[in-house]
Design a protein around this ligand. Structure first.
Ligand code: ARG
Ligand code: GLU
Length: 724
């Protein structure tokens, strides 16, 4: 009887766990107590909302930083050590790398503070406090204000608020819109500007599986790197100085060695970049059928060319590594997004939601007056947006891939400065350009850029309507009888911009003659022709339609919150601090396929291809594997590597800590599964999973692989599951 009762109880428990499992949402930390705490505890959390975010005592938020504004990192020692992803620190590792010191290939481990490498421009930002400033920011805006008038009033209100807001002199203020501009929050921040590289594993660990495995599960990547925040002697933010000292944090995370099991509570705390959860069906189908396919096609062409060069030339591989990774990353994600949106029939689901919205609106006289034709207006605005959005995607995607265009943009800056402020304007801009040129040329190979230019220009001509192509370009192509290679050869032969010595000379030579040379440069002329044509035909119209769409979306957001009162709303991601929670969980991507929630070092060895571009494994790691030398980081003779959970994350959440029910570090977020990347637009608990490196793999690599005991001794390990 007793056992029967117990098993029934267990069944009920399991069933209810399933119902509350897999939570959607990127929640505001300051609202957890009112909106989420109860649910979080039901899902297994053992701490309080106050332990996550508090302005009165030290809380977990004091251990979380925005890493450079594009990733997340967390403090893991009392001497300012922070942990983030390999791919977040990668550009900095690349900057320190050369054929002699190939840290990309071999990894890097500073043995002393003195060996840690400075990274100019890299910041680590803490959030001190978050205040609701909606009333102040939206004060005095007439109901019928144009978008432009509304924005200038908002800007004025924000400027006034900045003057009176309570903060210390060494702190900063950030004020951001939420819910499409229906709400505003102010963030008091502390921005540390001296962040140094401490350790990074070889790419064969940190980026194991590269692009083939990117966005994929099962995954076996040790995607981490370690930096240290340095502060002035007063522990406050300071510009880089050799005299700076390791930062002493308000809070650093404890590391759990007890691991994570199916259905365990997990929470991810970080800075998700951008999501679009409340778009109408028309917008979703446009992304799926027009914008994503356009961008994917352009990137496919570019990646094919880059890949060819990088595989046969180690120098080009170093030069283009970061660029390639970032082009490929979104390229693959957009494909997964289309796949998920289709397989989960998202457009139809959105239509059903819209039908319910319309039904409720029609049944209420006040709503009907305000929102009655809102959806129809949105549909009309998106129809207008479609062709110009397509032109925009081509314009931005193609131009962003070409380094000669990047150089032409520098030339345009110089010419503009001269036209506005004469020789003085030119000279001061020339100093800035001089500082950026080395970065551009370091990651540029002329042959690669020529091939890209010829191929992408041809694609542009084929796919764009004639009105989007400048007449001068059409003429030039006629003159070479459609031979794009010839056209581009001539362009590069005649342009001075592609020659770093010649371009640099123009920055210090006689201003008038330099301006003349720049103005006649064929690359500059082609770039301005493309730019001018785009602005005239598509760009200005785009701004107008986009402003209208934004205003409608703002109203639609407010309307949804008013009409669906029973729903808890979270604001779309906007690179501000958020908490997402869920449970470690396996998934079924397709019928008949079941993916487990953990991977092990055995899987690394299964994927191992000696000498391979993507799946090589360092000899030392193979050795440790063969000896089963996992120390305290292994479990039952196996070394855990990665795991997945239902946390709702996006780009920017890379490097975010995965925390257990007590707030201990159990993993490092770095990716999502391919089938679920549409969670930026629609979260589906069946297939949306985030991917984390198991913290025990991170510690194993630092300790056993790199032998960096000095780092291990800074960390605090705990055993939450063993304590009673
Ligand atoms: N997909 C992950 C993210 O969105 C990892 C990207 C880095 N890795 C790569 N192979 N490109 O950032
Ligand atoms: N790798 C992503 C990043 O850099 C996180 C993955 C995602 O988009 O969820 O932030």
């Amino acid at each position: 009887m007793r056992t029967l009762l117990r098993s029934i109880l267990l069944l009920v428990l399991l069933a209810s766990a399933n119902i509350v499992l897999a939570d959607e949402g990127m929640w505001l930390p300051q609202l957890l107590q009112s909106l989420n705490e109860k649910k979080m505890k039901q899902q297994g959390m053992k701490i309080n909302a106050e332990d996550i975010y508090s302005i009165n005592k030290s809380s977990l938020k004091d251990a979380i930083v925005s890493f450079g504004g594009f990733c997340t990192a967390e403090v893991i020692s009392d001497k300012g050590l922070i942990l983030t992803n390999h791919h977040c620190g990668f550009d900095y590792v690349q900057n320190h790398s050369s054929l002699q010191h190939n840290y990309i290939r071999d990894g890097f481990w500073a043995k002393t503070n003195g060996e840690e490498l400075a990274n100019p421009g890299l910041t680590a930002t803490f959030i001190v406090r978050i205040d609701d400033v909606t009333t102040e920011v939206l004060n005095g805006i007439p109901a019928n204000a144009t978008e432009k008038d509304r924005q200038s009033k908002i800007d004025a209100n924000i400027a006034a608020l900045r003057k009176t807001a309570r903060k210390e002199t060494y702190q900063d203020l950030v004020i951001r819109p939420f819910f499409e501009g229906n709400k505003y929050y102010m963030f008091v921040t502390e921005v540390y500007k001296d962040v140094r590289l401490v350790g990074v594993p070889p790419s064969a660990i940190g980026n194991f599986g590269k692009d083939t495995d990117n966005w994929m599960w099962p995954r076996h990547t040790g995607d981490f790197s370690i930096f240290r925040i340095y502060a002035g002697k007063d522990n406050k933010p300071a510009a880089y100085s050799p005299d700076n000292v390791p930062y002493v944090p308000k809070r650093s995370l404890n590391i759990s060695l007890d691991g994570v099991a199916e259905n365990d509570f997990t929470m991810v705390f970080g800075f998700p970049g951008r999501t679009y959860e409340y778009l109408p069906s028309y917008a979703v189908s446009q992304i799926m059928n027009v914008n994503n396919p356009a961008k994917i096609g352009i990137r496919r062409t570019a990646l094919g060319i880059l890949n060819e060069y990088m595989r046969k030339d180690e120098q080009i591989k170093i030069q283009y590594a970061a660029k390639y990774a970032s082009i490929e990353n979104a390229y693959k994600k957009w494909q997964g997004e289309i796949l998920g949106l289709k397989s989960k029939d998202v457009v139809r689901k959105k239509q059903q939601y819209e039908a319910e919205f319309q039904k409720r609106v029609n049944a209420n006289a006040e709503w009907k007056a305000k929102y009655g034709d809102l959806l129809a207006q949105l549909q009309a605005a998106y129809a207008q947006l479609e062709p110009i959005g397509y032109a925009r995607d081509y314009h931005t995607e193609v131009l962003a891939r070409l380094e000669l265009v990047t150089l032409a943009k520098q030339a345009a800056k110089l010419i503009n400065a001269y036209q506005q402020n004469g020789a003085n304007g030119y000279t001061s801009t020339a100093e800035k350009v001089r500082d950026t040129l080395p970065d551009i040329f370091r990651e540029l190979n002329t042959n690669v850029d020529k091939r890209l230019f010829a191929a992408l220009l041809q694609k542009y001509m084929q796919d764009q309507k004639p009105e989007n192509i400048p007449a001068t370009l059409q003429d030039q192509i006629k003159q070479v009888n459609g031979d794009y290679t010839l056209l581009i050869d001539q362009l590069y032969a005649k342009s001075v911009l592609i020659d770093s010595v010649m371009f640099s000379q123009l920055l210090v030579a006689d201003v008038e003659s330099s301006v003349r040379t720049l103005k006649n440069d064929p690359a500059y002329l082609l770039y301005t022709a493309l730019q001018t044509n785009y602005t005239t035909v598509a760009g200005s119209k785009l701004n107008e339609v986009q402003a209208r769409v934004n205003s409608l979306l703002r109203t639609y957001m407010a309307a949804q919150m008013e009409v669906f009162k029973e729903k808890a709303f979270y604001p779309d991601a906007n690179s501000t601090l958020r908490v997402t929670y869920g449970n470690a969980k396996s998934y079924r991507p397709r019928d008949g396929v079941n993916y487990g929630m953990h991977t092990y070092l055995d899987g690394v060895m299964e994927k191992y291809v000696p000498g391979d571009y993507e799946f090589d494994v360092p000899a030392k790691l193979i050795d440790l594997y063969n000896k089963k030398d996992f120390g305290r980081y292994g479990v039952n003779g196996k070394q855990p590597v990665c795991f997945i959970a239902t946390n709702h994350t996006t780009g920017g959440n890379s490097g975010s800590p995965a925390l257990d029910a007590y707030g201990n570090l159990i993993g490092l977020n770095f990716d999502r599964v391919w089938e679920g990347t549409m969670s930026d637009i629609y979260y589906d608990a069946d297939i949306c999973r985030n991917i984390m490196v198991d913290i025990r793999y991170v510690a194993f690599i630092i300790d056993k692989f790199a032998g960096a005991q000095h780092i291990i001794s800074e960390l605090k390990f705990v055993h939450p599951k063993k304590k009673k």
